[in-house]
Write a protein that binds this ligand. Structure first.
Ligand code: HMG
Ligand code: MG
Length: 299
């Protein structure tokens, strides 16, 4: 069966804009997030409190977050370490996300740490978030399927890091196909292995990049396993500055189009979402890669 409702975790303002060559002004980002909130999206990842030299595109987090904090939506932010958590909590963030890797190569490239060192870095972040009046913590896990340096990633390796993130207190996990190489059979195999390991499917979200055009098929496979949280990026913006060959995320419009056809409720108005992505594309100076945006934008 399929779920009756799916919660979309919108990542365009973070995963999308972190990868833009040109820096988008904070006012434009804030307007983007306001427009996304007006479409009915309820979870809109706003930015990252990471080292500004590592991700200069999001160096304006202190300016951006207060500019959108009044919106009646959840605004999760990425925090790699206690320094990032301090910055986020100082601005009143109520949802944070740590981001682990299933592979050593990406842990090194993205966090300058081994997998275990990164987990050790997250432990006090999660503990302190819980102490801070129960701030919600998402644990991202990158390279769950394939890694540009290591190739195919064994399922057991992924299950192990998932367990570690849940055991340290993460409220939910997001399984990342950072470079977009997953296919539906692999998605099913990983979700079956996680269920076998006692990980409740209600704690799992999926995060697909669309490099090989498989993101929607992979999402469908995940829905069949009972997943109800799906990450997507308005207009298909995205990539990862520390993962060569990562292209855009699953486009939120493509996701909404499929879910609408399946009779699955998202609460999102597709027309205003398309209009938002067209507006953002004009700012970025190139058309959205989303097929659904292209199909609907002219109509
Ligand atoms: P490091 O160089 O090892 O940092 O980087 P450090 O801990 O040695 O500290 C060095 C300096 O950085 C210190 O300053 C710290 O204070 C400062 P100094 O004493 O030299 O003046 N510093 C900070 N400043 C501001 N904010 C902070 C912070 N932390 C340290 N939070 C670090 C380690 C984790 C900081 C760095 O590697 C980093 O910022 N990485 C972030 C990379 C990133 O954001 N990647 C993209 C997001 S992940 C993704 O896109 C995948 C995802 O979408 C899922 C998927 O698709 O798979 C989520
Ligand atoms: Mg990503």
């Amino acid at each position: 069966g399929l779920p009756a409702r799916v919660r979309i975790h919108e990542v365009g303002a973070r995963d999308g804009l972190q990868n833009e060559k040109a820096t988008v002004p904070a006012e434009v980002k804030a307007e983007f997030i306001r427009r996304l909130a007006a479409t009915g999206l309820t979870t809109i990842e706003a930015t990252s409190f990471v080292h500004p030299k590592w991700v200069p595109q999001l160096a304006d987090a202190e300016q951006l977050f207060p500019a959108v904090a009044d919106l009646p939506v959840d605004l999760p932010v990425l925090v790699p370490n206690e320094r990032g958590l301090d910055r986020a909590l100082a601005l009143g963030a109520r949802r944070v996300a740590v981001f682990a890797s299933a592979t050593e190569s990406f842990a090194k490239a993205n966090l300058n740490r081994t997998v275990d060192e990164a987990l050790a870095m997250f432990e006090p972040v999660v503990a302190r978030a819980k102490d801070a009046d129960g701030v919600h913590v998402r644990g991202y896990l990158s390279m769950c399927f394939g890694d540009p340096w290591e190739g195919a990633v064994p399922v057991e390796q992924v299950v192990k890091v998932c367990r570690a993130l849940l055991d340290m207190g993460c409220d939910e996990l997001s399984l990342g196909d950072t470079i977009g190489v997953a296919t539906p059979g692999h998605v099913s195999a990983l979700l079956a292995a996680l269920a076998q390991a006692g990980v409740p499917v209600s704690a799992l979200g999926v995060h697909f990049h669309d490099t090989y055009g498989q993101a929607l098929s992979n999402t469908y496979a995940a829905l069949r396993h009972g997943v109800t949280t799906v990450d997507a990026s308005a207009g298909g913006l995205g990539g990862c500055p520390y993962a060569k060959s990562a292209t855009g995320n699953l486009a939120t419009e493509d996701l909404v189009w499929m879910l609408r056809g399946l009779g699955i409720d998202t609460g999102v108005d597709l027309g205003s979402l398309v209009a938002t992505s067209v507006w953002m594309a004009a700012h970025l100076g190139r058309p959205s890669p989303s097929r659904t945006v292209r199909a609907l934008a002219g109509s």
